[in-house]
Write a protein of this length. Structure first.
Length: 75
């Protein structure tokens, strides 16, 4: 049978790894790929209002100079 050949995803350039070493490498690579996929999913979720640090910038409230303005800087 003529099966189409595809290039391998991982190539051993030097040495002769054992089956256990190759299995460990495959486990690490698959775990990293899964972590990257979950990180990409988490990045698309909207940020919680409690964790949003932009609210500390007070962009929605213009600064009010004058007496007592230093107290408002803590809000």
């Amino acid at each position: 049978m003529n099966e189409p050949t595809t290039p391998p995803h991982v190539v051993v350039v030097r040495g002769a790894p054992s089956d256990e070493e190759l299995a460990a490498l495959a486990a690490v690579l698959s775990a990293r790929a899964a972590r990257r996929a979950t990180d990409a999913d988490a990045a698309t979720e909207p940020a919680s209002g409690w964790r949003d640090r932009a609210r500390n910038l007070r962009a929605h409230v213009p600064p009010r100079p004058g007496p007592g303005a230093w107290r408002l800087s803590l809000r």
